[in-house]
Design a protein around this ligand. Structure first.
Ligand SMILES: [Zn+2]
Length: 422
């Protein structure tokens, strides 16, 4: 996370600030704000209901179906679920491309996780209740308030509940949205709701690339086959070289070897060994450079081990020279990107925060916003209001107090971006 100074947006962008304050005092917006105060019980109920439906990576379809029904109940049009499980609903505007409002519906929890979702006072408990129960509740709350107050807007709103944000999902839901020309070419702004809170704006997409590196060899007995190339030694050599690759502190760039596996017993030359490598940077160029360094270290290590092995077996004429093979499998790829400080979306969210007296920090993180940002599109990820903690654990919680502020923030951002309709 990188913090930037909190410059009051009003000093920088008076026209946007004026638009926001005019909107905030309009009768339609004020009645929508009233709904946020009065309908909290309904929002919490949606959040509990959604979170009670298991949604592990690649198993989100029951939750997709539930969300599509809610979209229809709230008067959204053209409600549909696409082939990967993303749910769409439209609130028509006067004209123009879409302002999209999305929340990921998947969780990190396998389908066997006991959910035990419950409420005690203003607090909701259970896995996934904030990440991203809070996001799902927020987009439903916005749709509901717009539906009840009949506030009109210039650009149409596209509501999306997308699959595959977490871990192994690797942003597949949002990736699919932006690889579908009909959506890609019609979404002007992406507002992404992820988790609880109102105190952050993710405007910088942290890129990452992940690999499973596999080395295979002939294997053998530690005594009688000595000299056969050893995959664990290849990994060891590769790690020794790769871990000395210099990385810049700006743009911040990191690498990690997080898992290593291989071998069967102490007196066997392993037939295979593997490791999992995570490369991260705010710059795609740096990730590319690290990937090249990783592949080069591995090639050199394999060549060195094959060479040693060939020398040893040439001294034993009855042994055929055998070699190791390497394979590098990409298991994750999240592209990097950044929202310009001059972008309209950035100016709008800063002006909205000033209007609401909300202090928010600009952050860098890996979210669904990576996909549009990497394509040079305007996108931010913000919280659904309230507060929360224990994300990705069974002790996850969400507190509904303060949800109202988060919802006002989202609505004002959407309406300022779209302009008010006739
Ligand atoms: Zn999330």
């Amino acid at each position: 996370m990188e913090k930037v100074p909190n410059v009051p947006a009003s000093d920088l962008y008076p026209p946007v600030q004026d638009e926001v304050s005019r909107l905030a005092s309009s009768p339609g917006v004020r009645s929508a704000f009233e709904r946020f105060r009065n309908d909290e019980a309904e929002f919490a109920n949606w959040q509990l209901e959604a979170t009670r439906i298991p949604a592990p990576p690649f198993g989100e379809s029951p939750r997709s179906a539930w969300l599509a029904e809610r979209f229809r109940d709230l008067g959204l049009t053209n409600v549909k679920v696409d082939e990967v499980g993303n749910v769409f609903g439209v609130r028509p505007g006067v004209a123009g491309p879409y302002v999209s409002l999305s929340a990921h519906i998947d969780t990190v929890f396998p389908s066997t996780t006991p959910l035990n979702i419950r409420q005690q006072g203003s607090r909701l408990y259970g896995p996934g209740v904030a990440d991203n129960g809070a996001g799902i509740a927020a987009i439903l709350a916005i749709a509901s308030a717009l539906n009840k107050t009949k506030v009109s807007h210039g650009m149409p709103f596209l509501f999306i509940g997308n699959v595959g944000e977490e871990g192994e999902g690797d942003l597949r839901g949002m990736r699919h949205v932006f690889s579908t020309p009909a959506w890609r070419d019609s979404i002007a702004y992406s507002v992404i709701i992820d988790g609880a809170g109102s105190d952050t704006v993710v405007a910088e997409a942290l890129g990452s690339r992940r690999f499973e590196v596999i080395v295979r060899g002939p294997g053998g007995h530690s005594w009688s086959d000595f000299g056969a190339p050893n995959p664990i030694i290849v990994l060891g050599r590769a790690i020794e070289v790769f871990s000395q690759t210099p990385v810049p502190s700006s743009p911040k760039t990191t690498f990690n070897i997080g898992v290593i596996r291989g071998g069967t017993s102490v007196n066997s030359i392993p037939e295979s060994a593997s490791m999992r490598v995570d490369l991260r940077s705010t710059s795609t160029t740096e990730i590319d450079r690290l990937e090249r360094a990783l592949r080069l270290s591995l090639d050199q290590a394999a060549t060195a081990e094959n060479h040693v092995s060939a020398q040893r077996s040439s001294r034993k004429p009855h042994v055929h020279s055998q070699t190791v093979q390497t394979e590098v499998v990409e298991i994750g790829n999240r592209p990097a990107g950044e929202l310009s400080r001059d972008a309209r979306l950035f100016r709008v969210i800063r002006a909205v925060d000033t209007q609401l007296g909300n202090a928010a920090q600009v952050q860098r993180a890996s979210t669904d916003a990576n996909i549009p940002l990497s394509l040079g599109r305007e996108a931010i990820a913000i919280g659904g209001g309230g507060s929360g903690g224990g994300a990705h654990t069974l002790q996850e919680w969400f507190d509904c107090n303060g949800r109202e502020l988060g919802l006002k923030r989202i609505l004002l951002t959407m309406l300022t971006l779209s302009g008010v309709g006739e």
